[in-house]
Design a protein around this ligand. Structure first.
Ligand code: THU
Length: 129
C-alpha cells in the first residue's frame, strides 16, 4: 500500500477520537503484512490514566482478530506537527513488531517520514521466548 493512502486512512480515523479532555484527536492506520489495515483513535476517560492511545487501539483491534505480522503504522493528529508515539505505545508495540516495522509520521509542512521502529525504541527490554 502507498504511504499517502495509509496516512489518509489514519487521518480519517481521527473522526472517531473520543477526546473531550485534551481535544487532541489522534488517528492510527496499522498495515499488516497481508495488506489489511486496522484503524484506531484515542479514547479518553475522566480518570485520565485509563485513556487509550490511537496506536494501541489499532494494535488491540488487529491482535484480537488474530493478526501478528505488521508492516507499518501511520500516526496523525490535529496538533499540526509530527505526532510521535508515546512511551507506553512504544513499549506496547515493541512486544509485537519485528525489526522491519516502520512508523510513518507527518510533519507540520505535511511531509511524510518513514522511520524504522528501532529509531523510536532503541535497546528495548526484551525477554526471549
Ligand atoms: N495520544 C495518542 O493517541 N497517541 C500517542 O502516542 C500520544 C498521545 C493521545 C492520548 C490522549 O487522548 C491525547 O493524545 C493527549 O495525550
Amino acid at each position: 500500500m502507498d504511504i499517502n493512502e495509509l496516512i489518509k486512512i489514519s487521518e480519517s480515523a481521527q473522526k472517531f477520537s473520543y477526546s473531550p479532555y485534551s481535544h487532541i484527536t489522534v488517528g492510527a492506520a496499522l498495515l499488516t503484512k497481508s495488506g489489511k489495515v486496522y484503524t484506531g483513535a484515542n479514547i479518553e476517560n475522566a480518570s485520565y490514566g485509563a485513556t487509550i492511545c490511537a496506536e494501541r487501539t489499532a494494535f488491540v483491534k488487529a491482535l484480537s482478530e488474530g493478526e501478528h505480522d505488521f508492516e507499518a503504522i501511520a500516526i496523525t493528529s490535529n496538533l499540526g506537527h509530527e505526532t510521535a508515539p508515546c512511551g507506553i505505545c512504544r513499549q506496547f508495540m515493541d512486544e509485537f513488531v519485528k525489526d522491519d516495522f516502520k512508523i510513518i509520521l507527518v510533519n507540520k509542512e505535511g511531509e511524510p517520514s518513514v522511520r524504522p521502529f528501532s529509531y523510536f525504541m532503541p535497546d528495548s527490554f526484551r525477554i526471549e521466548n
